[in-house]
Design a binder for this molecule. Structure first.
Ligand SMILES: [Zn+2]
Length: 287
């Protein structure tokens, strides 16, 4: 059974996932941002209220919707059936690196597609990508795809990263490495998670030295860099990155995340933490 299908069945057996009779026209994409993840205190209160209601109503809700679509691989033209997310939800606080809470957290398996014919991995196999054919045929790609050290889903994300690398798509490459790390976290494979985070870190540092960033919000790339370093056990780099982020005078909420990263790194804590652990924000001052 395909890994994707086993998760699907798991979700189905919980009665919380439904299949769409009409498959979604557009693929769901995960585009996190701290500004949208960190609501103002009144909005937070409202979200707690909604969360309580949702938890009470959860057994009655079909919270994640999935659809099956036929996709034509841009590399080998083979057709395959893929599962795509129609809708999902996220209740609760994301991790410090913005990994979403449930139920979105459990939809990760559908964030990457694999062509069963040639092994091409991408968030959308049908999207034209001229660089892909040569990468997919390469020894490095095929070795990664079948690397028994990593969970198959992590291999798919890392293969997708290799294609993004070749296409010069730095942000998708960093994201793919990050998703591979999350997959390894879930599979309880810390050494492999560290390798995936090292791949993300290397690419994020290159992006930074090119004067570019993933996030528009000031200081948020530093949060990601600090979290990747801290989760890998490189506490010195985590503190250095968080301090660099603070020096940019970011928004109060981003500064609070950076300060939390410093505190955790100083305690040599490499565990996963969430935004729920942030101290309550100070009341806003009148200008
Ligand atoms: Zn293919």
């Amino acid at each position: 059974m395909k890994p994707g299908l086993s998760l699907l069945h798991q979700l189905d057996s919980g009665g919380r996932t439904s299949f769409l009779s009409t498959p979604p026209a557009r693929k769901f994409r995960y585009n996190p941002d701290y500004s949208t993840m960190l609501p103002s205190p009144p909005a937070q209160l409202l979200s707690y209220f909604v969360l309580t209601l949702a938890l009470l109503a959860a057994p009655l809700l079909h919270a994640t919707t999935l659809g099956r679509i036929d996709v034509t691989c841009t590399v080998c033209s083979a057709k395959s059936e893929q599962t795509v997310i129609g809708s999902t939800n996220a209740f609760g606080a994301p991790d410090l690196d913005l990994r979403p809470p449930e139920m979105q957290r459990s939809t990760m398996t559908f964030w990457v597609q694999e062509c069963p014919s040639c092994g091409y991995c991408a968030d959308d196999l049908s999207q034209p990508r001229p660089e892909a054919a040569a990468v997919v045929k390469s020894t490095a790609y095929q070795a990664q795809l079948k690397n028994p050290q990593f969970p198959p889903q992590a291999n798919r994300f890392l293969c997708s990263m290799l294609v993004a690398d070749k296409a010069g798509l730095r942000e998708p490459a960093i994201r793919s490495a990050q998703y591979a790390a999350w997959t390894c976290d879930d599979a309880n494979k810390p050494a492999e998670a560290k390798l995936a985070r090292a791949a993300a870190l290397e690419r994020l540092r290159k992006l930074k030295s090119a004067g570019k960033s993933i996030y528009d919000q000031k200081g948020t790339d530093a949060v990601l860099l600090a979290d990747l370093a801290r989760r890998s056990g490189d506490f010195v780099a985590a503190v250095a990155s968080a301090r660099e982020g603070l020096a940019l005078a970011p928004a109060a909420i981003v500064a609070a995340v950076l300060e939390l990263e410093i505190r955790l790194a100083e305690q040599k804590d490499a565990q996963c933490h969430t935004l729920a652990e942030l101290p309550d924000p100070a009341p806003a001052k009148a200008e």
